[in-house]
Design a protein around this ligand. Structure first.
Ligand SMILES: *Cc1c(COP(=O)(O)O)cnc(C)c1O
Length: 284
């Protein structure tokens, strides 16, 4: 049975403590993080928890815990659920109050919930590559916030899914932004291209790790947006996220990227990524 963290307590009850008046439920008024666990250890947890606080600040919400306390809650969720390889999910909503759009006044306590589940690394996609579908990015203009308000992302992902693709390649007027839950990268002439950190993308922790690995490996990076048309012309293409790590993209809209085989630079980055995750062998 899964052990959850709900409103200050660890419990095996699923959802029972959440109110219909929770603003996460009404408005998606909250923020969240997904933290990967490898070999029973949290991976880049500080970065994720830090970003959770940044997201909360951006929506003018105060998390009722210190960063170290949330870290401890995440660790306990991993331990109580015996997670070897999987992830911790944490979300914070603006709390529970009768439905009205403006913030509750006086303020109500934010609702912090979390759980941890075992979830194997998606080796199929990582080893064989995946297809993506281009989808218009119709989300709001604060994509830098990891907000619970994910309808734009959900609809894009569903459109990709219905086309037999693993992820949506989002674009605004033809300019690639990111995926529905991942960051997108193209490789051309040995240089890695990805959208710069603006309000139009979520600056993924995995994105930051991979850009660091590029630097270590002497791979040039240009944080500059490119178009869908340019994406088709890339030598290699890949996406990153906490759960998909570095996943090669071998087709866009059914058209093979380059020759549709795994690119050498992507494979080099995958190798570098794998060798810096804790207890890498735990999953094999
Ligand atoms: C979470 C997320 C990502 C990936 O971020 P990671 O920290 O690498 O998991 C990218 N785009 C969106 C829209 C996301 O929600």
């Amino acid at each position: 049975m899964t052990v959850y963290f709900i409103d200050g307590q660890f419990t095996e009850r699923d959802g029972l403590a959440i109110s219909i008046d929770d603003r996460g439920y009404y408005f998606g008024d909250g923020v969240y993080e997904v933290i990967k666990v490898y070999g029973g250890e949290l991976y880049t947890a500080e970065e994720h928890i830090d970003r959770l606080f940044q997201s909360a600040t951006k929506i003018k919400m105060t998390i009722p815990y210190a960063e170290v306390q949330l870290m401890e809650i995440a660790r306990e969720l991993v331990a109580k659920n015996n997670i070897l390889v999987g992830h911790v999910y944490i979300q914070v909503t603006r709390g529970s109050a009768p439905r009205m759009h403006q913030f509750p006044d006086p303020t109500v306590p934010p609702v912090v919930t979390g759980y941890a589940i075992n979830n194997p690394r998606p080796m199929m996609g990582i080893e064989n590559g995946v297809g993506v579908k281009s989808v218009a990015d119709v989300r709001w203009l604060r994509c830098d916030i990891k907000s619970l308000n994910l309808l734009g992302n959900v609809l894009a992902k569903q459109e990709a899914h219905e086309a037999g693709c693993i992820e949506a390649l989002l674009h605004r007027d033809g300019v690639v932004t990111e995926g529905s839950a991942s960051n997108m990268f193209g490789v051309k002439g040995g240089t890695v291209y990805t959208h710069p950190v603006t309000n139009l993308i979520l600056n993924g922790i995995t994105r930051q790790v991979v850009l660091g690995l590029c630097e270590e490996q002497g791979i040039p990076v240009v944080e500059k947006s490119f178009t869908i048309d340019e994406a088709f012309e890339m030598d290699e293409f890949f996406l990153t996220s906490t759960t998909s790590e570095v996943t090669p993209v071998i087709s866009i809209d059914g058209r093979p990227v380059s020759s549709g085989i795994l690119g050498p630079l992507t494979m080099k980055l995958q190798k570098a990524f794998s060798s810096q995750i804790p207890s890498f062998i735990a999953d094999e």
